[in-house]
Design a protein around this ligand. Sequence first.
Ligand code: PRP
Length: 211
Amino acid sequence: MMEPLTIALSKGRILPQTVALFRRAGLEVPEDLDESRKLILPSADGRLRFILAKPVDVPTYVEYGAADLGVVGKDVLLEARRNLYELLDLGIGRCRMCLCGLPDLVWRTHRVASKYPHIAADYFRDQGKQVEVVYLNGSVELAPLVGLADAIVDLVETGRTLKENGLVIHEVIAPITTRMVANRMSFRLKGEAIDRVTQALQRVVGGGDSC
Ligand code: PRP
């Protein structure tokens, strides 16, 4: 029996959609993967082994080869800057990385708050703008409302969080979707097994209408 292919899935928001996509692709996903507290779940046919990790940790598991494949948002990949192969756009978890703030954005503090400091810093470097990036771990929309920062760089999905807090999008920095990534060594050594999974998913991934 061949060693199973280890796939790191992101826990949380995109997990149910990821599981649905894998099942539609005919890939065997353990029954209880969504509800279980288990962190390692082998498929019944023994070909796949799923590990459940925090989204920000998925690129780490894959780069170090603890997982052969990973399913994670492009936001996390852009921020993590890990050395991985990006194999497939799964077309789920569709949202946008945006610069947001009050409608009359004024640069007072010259600070921007973000859970994505690298993405924010890259963006302002490209703009040739001198801005200090302040890292926050969540509820970033609060920062411009209380004077911690002039603006934020954050994900916008439905726009509801912005709307309910009186904020608007000033610029779309990047469209974001969930991607499948591979460890570089696994890609060479387990090419056949990885191809099987990639091709199965490719067949069911929706058309690439933009964000
Ligand atoms: C994300 C993101 C926004 C919100 C956008 O936060 O950071 O705050 O969702 O979604 P919307 O446009 O549909 O309102 P998340 O819920 O992951 O929590 P966090 O703020 O703690 O990161």
